[in-house]
Design a protein around this ligand. Structure first.
Ligand SMILES: *Cc1c(COP(=O)(O)O)cnc(C)c1O
Length: 466
């Protein structure tokens, strides 16, 4: 295993996930070494993102199995991957091959899902700011849409009047069950910007009437949070949505709502290689909290993002320089704010494990030394990790930021015009080695110039001339 700091020091999972975590760590070590040997990483390409295809497949299978184990036979279940977590077309196609669809929240994400071949029947559009054109396109394609608010529902009313759509349609509600430990990712607070706030005066009755008045509204959606929200709180959010669906169906005198979209948000353990909590635990918690959800009367949609991909991504960067400042060892690397934006700006909420590798990509040995792992950007706070105990990093070594498969290197932040690194998927080559496939090519410097208005160099000097 690579050397890393176990942030919480427990390093223990459950449900037999420790063994799976150890295998994942071994695959990662092998991939880092192979990336150096095969020249994906080198002096001129000092940073790459790696995706463990074996691990992604395993996690997708665990997700399916977890819900298969608790649902009545024949219950339609759509697992729609939240594209924002890893917006890469080959990843979406891999998940599609594993029976997982796409949850999209912008025209760009919808285009990615379509480019990956995700069919409309496996695609769900949620977003708090859909334009009329987006709604029209989704309804024309037959993609499921969850209306965020009354104004959006009015727009959908207009579209439904002018033509019938096959799209399954629903309303997103905010059960207002409270926040988790990260305010910015808590979607079920009293004042969250998402959905119809169910406990607000008159809101519940408005939602019920909306369904009673519209036979084409057949789904109900709630996404109660993301990282930092405990399972019990997530389950309470789902329970609130279920109770509302039961009330609507009772008052309608028939099964008006036939599908519950329970969102995503399973938290990820960033502290060790163990997968915890597991999908199986969450599914069991849901069955205990909301047994009626699984008796076959409701189809289900899930929208997991981070928990499907996080543990299968690794960003690996070269140590360009190793220096010392004020008695502190500092490794200046090529991985910083451009690939780990959340961690750099909010390190308390998003600590990442760092693994040290030597110049050949082998796990680095040696006594632990407290050091900072700095990024390449020109501001003092660009630290991937501060004060970590690792074998002393030297020039030409490598560092890996672990568990970065979701919301990290796929979300490039163009600070200092740093290029988007290449992303490679890896798997076994059948002969004990590792084979890589390009998922996203490294960005070229010419592209940086084009994206920075290179074609309009004269715009402000002669372009405005009267
Ligand atoms: C972000 C988001 C998700 C996925 O959340 P994760 O924490 O990545 O699982 C699912 N549904 C909606 C509506 C979202 O906004």
């Amino acid at each position: 295993m690579g050397t890393y700091i176990d942030v919480t020091g427990d390093g223990v999972g459950d449900d037999g996930q420790v063994g799976e975590g150890a295998e994942r760590a071994a695959r990662r070590d092998q991939a880092v070494r192979a990336a150096v040997e095969q020249g994906l990483l080198g002096p001129d390409t000092p940073i790459v993102g790696l995706l463990d295809v074996t691990g992604i497949r395993e996690t997708a299978a665990e997700l399916r199995a977890a819900f298969d184990a608790v649902t009545a036979p024949g219950t339609p279940v759509l697992h729609a991957f939240a594209v924002k977590a890893t917006p890469l077309v080959p990843v979406l196609r891999l998940l599609r091959a594993e029976g997982v669809g796409a949850e999209v929240a912008s025209p760009g994400e919808l285009a990615l899902a379509r480019a990956a071949g995700v069919p409309p029947a496996m695609t769900v559009l949620d977003s708090p700011a859909k334009t009329p054109a987006e709604l029209r396109e989704a309804l024309a394609l037959g993609i499921a849409v969850n209306a965020d608010n009354p104004q959006e529902l009015e727009r959908i009313d207009g579209l439904m009047r002018s033509g019938v759509s096959r799209s399954p349609l629903g309303i997103r509600v905010n059960p207002q069950v409270g926040a988790g430990s990260i305010e910015a990712l808590s979607t079920a607070t009293a004042t969250s910007k998402f959905g119809v706030a169910l406990r607000d005066e008159g809101a519940r009755e408005w939602v019920v009437r909306a369904y009673l008045d519209r036979p084409w509204l057949t789904r109900l959606h709630a996404h109660t949070g993301s990282q930092g929200v405990p399972l019990s709180l997530m389950a309470r959010g789902v329970a609130e949505a279920y109770a509302l669906a039961e009330e609507i169906n009772r008052r309608a005198g028939r099964r008006r709502i036939d599908t519950l979209d329970i969102g995503g948000g399973l938290p990820v353990n960033f502290a060790s290689d163990a997968t915890t909590p597991t999908y199986a635990q969450y599914a069991r918690t849901l069955r205990e909290t909301v047994p009626g959800l699984f008796d076959g009367r409701y189809g289900l949609v899930t929208e997991f993002g981070r928990s499907l991909l996080a543990k299968h991504g690794t960003v690996v960067a070269r140590v360009e320089y190793a220096k010392s400042a004020g008695g502190r060892a500092v490794a200046v690397t090529h991985a910083g704010v451009q690939v780990a934006t959340r961690t750099v700006y909010a390190p308390e909420n998003w600590p990442l494990r760092i693994a040290a590798y030597d110049a050949k990509g082998r796990p680095k040995e040696g006594p632990a030394v407290v050091q900072d792992i700095a990024g390449p950007a020109c501001f003092a706070g660009d630290l991937l990790a501060e004060g970590r105990e690792l074998p002393l990093l030297e020039q030409g070594d490598h560092v890996a930021a672990l568990d970065t498969g979701a919301y990290y290197f796929a979300h490039h932040y163009a600070y200092n015009s740093l290029v988007r690194p290449g992303v490679y998927g890896f798997g076994p080559d059948g002969a004990g080695g590792v084979v890589f496939a390009v998922v996203r090519s490294p960005q070229g410097i010419e592209e940086v110039v084009v994206e920075a208005g290179g074609a309009h160099a004269d715009a402000l000097t002669s372009g405005l001339a009267p």
